[in-house]
Design a protein around this ligand. Sequence first.
Ligand SMILES: Nc1ncnc2c1ncn2[C@@H]1O[C@H](COP(=O)(O)OP(=O)(O)O)[C@@H](O)[C@H]1O
Ligand SMILES: [Mg+2]
Length: 364
Amino acid sequence: MAYDPSKPFNKLPPLPPKAEIETKTVLKKAIIASRALAELKGSITNLPNPTLLVDTINLQEARASSAIENIITTEDELFKASIVKKVENGITKEVIHYKDALWYGFDRLTKFPILNTNLFISIMQIIKENQSGIRKTPGTKLTNPVTNQVIYTPPEGEGIIRNKLAELENFIHANNDIDPLIKLALIHYQFEAIHPFSDGNGRTGRIIILLYLKFAGLMDLPSLYMSEYILNHKQDYYVGLRLVTEKGEWERWIMYILTMVEVTANKARRQIAQIEKLMSEMADGIQKKLPAKIYSKDLMEVLFKLPYTKRSFLIDAGIGNLKTVGVYLNELEKAGFLKSEFIGKEKLYLNTALMKLLKTPTIE
Ligand SMILES: Nc1ncnc2c1ncn2[C@@H]1O[C@H](COP(=O)(O)OP(=O)(O)O)[C@@H](O)[C@H]1O
Ligand SMILES: [Mg+2]
């Protein structure tokens, strides 16, 4: 019987697919993507402080993953909002919740190395800032926003959804001899096809991608900004998911995910190298232009943790008291390293060169 997108897909088959998935094309790409990821992991481990760029990368990831769902915020606004106390804009808030959810997932995975339904629910609840759970009522459908045509109707019935999630959980933890990156592609499709929640499935699913990489030992930190790739290749993402459901076209989907990993990892490595270079140039500049007491390694870390900083961050890093750090930031601004701006009552300082670098698109 032909597949009908308007009927709940309760027959969604469990993983692994029956079809041959480890084709020669797929295996070749898996090797390339794994190598790119391993090289990135290495270059992060070699950073003086491997956690340095994580906050920035996560905010970028949060922004892009939310933008895929048309929850749009600018990078600049988001970076500012992430460090001020009160965030007014609801959309920006939602994006910040996404970043919180990602961190929550990482923390929890560090303590309990399992990826299960409860974790997925918690992540969705943090993103959506509500207490909803698995879909109970029918009616969730994916539609084409332009034509309103139904593209996909996920399985219905809480019991069925829970069973399918339990199967997915078993598959994730089973030692099934499938290359972990190929497995990642299968898991992401399956989670989206189950579509367990009434909203937030895309974003939760993309957080699970990063969590799985950690779970599989392929990344130590969530230092990968993958949603940008999906955002730039959104049509292919949707079509890829659909063709698996409609025609069992796994190869195309797996190649999409492997390419995403490869391109993103290479890009991240290039960007990290650029940031390292900028950091050392700025360190030289500060030492040359400003009184010797101002420069310190700790100061550099604060200035590169996020594009914006504020006095309390320098105080927390032990650089000095309120008065001292105020003088330092002032000097840094006068010498052209930072640019200050008031957000309400809070004074933020932008590392203009870092922001410029973060905004420069790298060719794909
Ligand atoms: N044909 C499809 N089959 C399964 N999942 C899909 C399909 N098309 C899109 N999706 C997934 O559904 C997500 C949107 O679901 P939604 O619950 O609104 O998530 P969010 O609120 O995070 O956007 C997309 O980001 C994508 O991951
Ligand atoms: Mg949505």
